[in-house]
Design a protein around this ligand. Structure first.
Ligand code: SAM
Length: 282
C-alpha cells in the first residue's frame, strides 16, 4: 500500500503532546491523521476529535483502529483536503501536519473564528524557524510577521529525522501557536499587502521597496478608489503618490527604516499612518 503519494512518513517515537494541556472537555482538530497513531493518544484525553484526512485509505485505517472501542463515538473523520473543507468548532489543534500545505494550514487556522486556545503543530524545521523568527534576525520575514501579528509562537521540540520511518529528507520541529485574544483590529489583507512590498527585499529601505516596478501604480489605483469613496477630489497635481509616501515616511521617522529590523508594533504603526493618508494595500 503506497503511501508515498501523500507524503507519509510515520513517526516512530511520538513527541509527548502534553504541551497542549488537553482537558477532558476539549474538542480537538487533527489534520492528516495518517494511520492514527497520534489520534488514539489524543482520544485518550480529549472529549472529541475531528480528523481531516485526504487519503480515503488512511481515513478507513483510523476509523478501523477505534471500531468497537469506547473511543469510537468520540472520533469523526472528515475525508477531504484541509485547505478546502469546512473547519468544525475546536479548542485545540494538534497535528503532525502534511508539510505540502504548511502555509495555507497556518493561515486557515489564524483566520478561523471563534479563536482556538492552542495549536501544537509539527512542521519542517526550516518552516518552523521562519514562523518563530524575531525581528532583526536573518529569517524574520513576511511569514513571521503575518503569523506573529495574530499569535504567540514558540518552537517547543526539535524532532530528529531518525525519529521517523522511513527517515525523511528534512528535520522537523513542533511549534506551539497561541492566538492573541482579542486579535488586533487590522485587516489581514492590508497588513499582508504592505508586508508583501516591504519584505520583498527586507534589507532594502522601505522607501526603496516602494520604488519597485508596479508598486506605485497599484497604490495610486487603490488611493483613487479610496478618495472617490470618501468623496474627495481625485488627482491633485501637486500631490503625487510619491510625495504622499515621502511625507508619511518622513513624519514617522521611517526614511531609513528596513522591514528586516521592524517589529509588529512598528509595522502596525506604519500601516496606520499609510491608512490615514489614504494609502491602502488591498
Ligand atoms: N499524523 C500521522 C502520524 O503522526 O503518524 C501522519 C501524518 S502524515 C505526515 C500526513 C497525513 O496527511 C497523510 O495521511 C496524508 O494523507 C494527509 N494529508 C496530506 N495532505 C492533506 C490535506 N491537504 N488535507 C488533509 N490531509 C492531508
Amino acid at each position: 500500500f503506497n503511501t508515498a503519494r501523500f507524503g507519509q512518513h510515520i513517526l516512530k517515537k511520538r513527541p509527548d503532546r502534553t504541551e497542549a494541556n488537553l482537558k477532558p472537555t476539549d474538542k480537538v482538530l487533527e489534520v492528516g491523521p495518517g494511520t492514527g497513531n497520534l489520534t488514539v493518544k489524543i482520544l485518550e484525553k480529549a472529549k472529541h476529535v475531528t480528523a481531516v484526512e485526504m487519503d480515503p485509505r488512511m481515513a478507513a485505517e483510523v476509523l478501523k483502529r477505534v471500531q468497537g472501542t469506547p473511543e469510537q463515538r468520540k472520533l469523526e473523520v472528515v475525508i477531504g483536503d484541509f485547505v478546502k473543507v469546512d473547519i468544525p468548532y475546536f479548542e485545540v489543534c494538534i497535528s503532525n501536519t502534511p508539510y505540502q500545505i504548511s502555509s495555507p494550514l497556518v493561515f486557515r487556522l489564524l483566520s478561523h473564528r471563534p479563536l482556538f486556545r492552542v495549536a501544537i503543530l509539527m512542521f519542517q524545521r526550516e518552516f518552523a524557524l521562519r514562523l518563530t523568527a524575531r525581528p532583526g534576525t536573518a529569517l524574520w520575514s513576511r511569514l513571521s510577521a503575518n503569523v506573529q501579528l495574530y499569535t504567540r509562537v514558540d518552537n517547543i521540540i526539535n524532532v530528529n529525522r531518525n525519529d521517523f520511518r522511513p527517515p525523511p529528507q528534512v528535520e522537523s520541529s513542533v511549534i506551539r501557536l497561541v492566538p492573541i485574544d482579542p486579535p488586533p483590529p487590522v485587516k489581514f489583507e492590508e497588513f499582508d499587502g504592505m508586508n508583501r512590498i516591504i519584505f520583498s527585499r527586507p534589507n532594502k529601505t522601505i522607501r526603496g521597496n516602494f520604488q519597485a516596478k508596479g508598486v506605485m501604480k497599484m497604490l495610486e489605483q487603490n488611493r483613487r478608489t479610496w478618495l472617490s469613496m470618501q468623496d474627495m477630489p481625485v488627482d491633485h497635481e501637486n500631490e503625487s503618490i510619491n510625495g504622499v509616501l515621502d511625507k508619511i515616511l518622513e513624519e514617522g521617522g521611517w526614511m531609513e527604516s528596513r522591514a528586516a529590523k521592524m517589529d509588529i508594533d512598528d509595522l502596525l504603526k506604519m500601516l496606520s499612518a499609510f491608512h490615514e493618508q489614504g494609502i491602502h494595500f488591498a
